[in-house]
Design a protein around this ligand. Sequence first.
Ligand SMILES: [Zn+2]
Ligand SMILES: [Zn+2]
Length: 325
Amino acid sequence: MPTKTTKRLLASATLLASLLAPCLNAQANDEPDFEVIMLGVGSPPPFMHRFGPATLIKAGGKYLLVDAGRGVTQRLWQLKIPLGRVDGLFVTHLHSDHVVGIPDLLLTGWLSSPFGGRKGNFNVWGPKGTKSMMHHIRLAYQGDVDIRVKDQGFSEENVTPNTVEIQPGLIYDQDGIQVTAIEVNHGELIKPAFGYRVDYDGRSVVISGDTKYHPPLAEAAKGTDLFIHAVGAAKPELLESRLSWKTILNHHTEPEDVGRIFEQAQPKMAALYHFVTLTNGQIKPPTLNDISARLKTTYSGPVTIGADLTRFVIGKDKVTVIPPE
Ligand SMILES: [Zn+2]
Ligand SMILES: [Zn+2]
């Protein structure tokens, strides 16, 4: 038989629970259903402040990754995202800065620790040559795989790549998420190279990958919510110093041309990543302010200068930018 005090306590507990319930529900509902996180906005230089190119797209409960540059695993786990949680990797092209993080993601993601935990194949989409690359990456670590199968009883399936070589067009259509590969122009010898568009619930993000000025990309990104574009720049005196600097820069889009692409596409939010800012040590690289000023000569819309861990919440009617802490 409950005493008066117990009854009163029970009544207050029930009241408290009913008061808290909407808050708890609100918290669950506040989790964005479409979010893009720059894990790395760098290029080949091994900087601490800019890891290699990798962009995480969280849509409808799926975790998709575009490129896996240097440090992708550290950035994922910095966000407390287990590496095995990544549902699919979309490779833009085979330049090493975009793929050098794959072995770490593949092999550390296979471990049973909280930071790993992959169940099933490692799913990869990419241009011609991706199958061979994935096959050889996996083969290079055969010794490790054999040890862990015997020693720890791991299932080899969880470290086996499942690779699809793609053509331009719709390449992924699952759980309301569509991924479209857009052919871009990264130069004659780097073909094909792709950008990607991810559509979810009437909203979208477009990621350029590496490309020269390529107006068809603007066409494919027309009216998108978030348009992330790579950029390359060098001081004129550097370009005059040696021809090979020009060769590198010619594979990329300079700030004024990125501005032209944004102006044509008119995204709700534009963003820069993959900063190819050339320097020989003596002649300094252009600063982000230089790049931003040059971009603004041709583009007047909203733009975010990306950094590692810049986050974009793609809402129904606006894109919210959350700078890194
Ligand atoms: Zn690159
Ligand atoms: Zn490249």
